[in-house]
Design a protein around this ligand. Sequence first.
Ligand code: NAP
Length: 289
Amino acid sequence: MNEFTLSDGSRIPQIGFGTYQIQSPEPVLRAIEAGYRFFDTASLYETERTLGKALRESGLPREEFIIETKLWIDEMDNPAGALGRSLKRLDTDYADIFMIHWPRETGEADENWKERDLETYRGMEKLVEAGKVRRLGLSNFLPHHLKNILDNCSIRPVVNQLEVHPGYTQEAALRFCRDNGVQVMAWSPFGRGQSPDILGNRMVAYLAEKYGKSTRQITLRYLIEKGIMPIPKATSEEHIRANLDVFDFNLTEDEVSMLTGMPQTTWLGEHPDFAIPTARSSAENRTDS
Ligand SMILES: NC(=O)c1ccc[n+]([C@@H]2O[C@H](COP(=O)([O-])OP(=O)(O)OC[C@H]3O[C@@H](n4cnc5c(N)ncnc54)[C@H](OP(=O)(O)O)[C@@H]3O)[C@@H](O)[C@H]2O)c1
């Protein structure tokens, strides 16, 4: 698969596999067969154990895979403990990328978020030094959150995971990340699976017809053309394979520009400054399906 190069010179595939709400190892095993090697999970998703089981069942060596996981807000005071629990569930002794999942707790009421983010990040830097984490990343960090880390870190974050898709293109955040050498990954690249505002958009439908692709494949190709790595989740084998079948065509510069200029819908997940999803269970008791 084509790759992006990160600021530390390492390379990642241009498409990864999301595991939110994956209930069994089968979709992951199908994804491995189809060629995915990058897997995104998080303590919050309670899918680390399932992912670890599938990677083990694949029979492929650990080094074949890039595994990314994230610590949740209720784990920020103890990154080493969070990583230890994640690695245990994943049944591995290192994480390729370890992220802070969410930059602030309760939006405008959370006055200490900058200090907490920094303290957490410094704890994560120690985990890199100890060899338990290869690289650090952030998730849902908008420019003001990211600047706080970049101005004060000793190990730069290589990636930032954001909600990005046609209709919510986050141009300011993308520019800030690009200017600072931070690779952007797009979560919910179809807009939470199937936003009709995106997939039903006339321009997206026109391009799907023109290139003989689905509207979802057009959105994935659009992100890649923008230098963004999408991490779609799929459980059906057909979808798993279709999402990798986006490397035999290119959108023109004008088409990328037209999609960027599509009417902006809104964020479809939660917004980093105003709301957070809630954990289903406490950090220590988080179990996987
Ligand atoms: N950092 C964060 O805060 C954050 C937040 C949300 C998500 N994420 C990450 O991003 C990943 C992806 O986001 P997501 O899980 O919200 O949703 P998504 O990838 O936008 O969409 C998944 C849904 O789209 C369907 N689908 C996938 N490919 C398809 C295709 N080719 N044709 C038709 N339908 C297709 C899937 O159906 P089937 O299952 O039936 O195949 C599933 O219902 C997550 O799994 C997670 O790893 C991160």
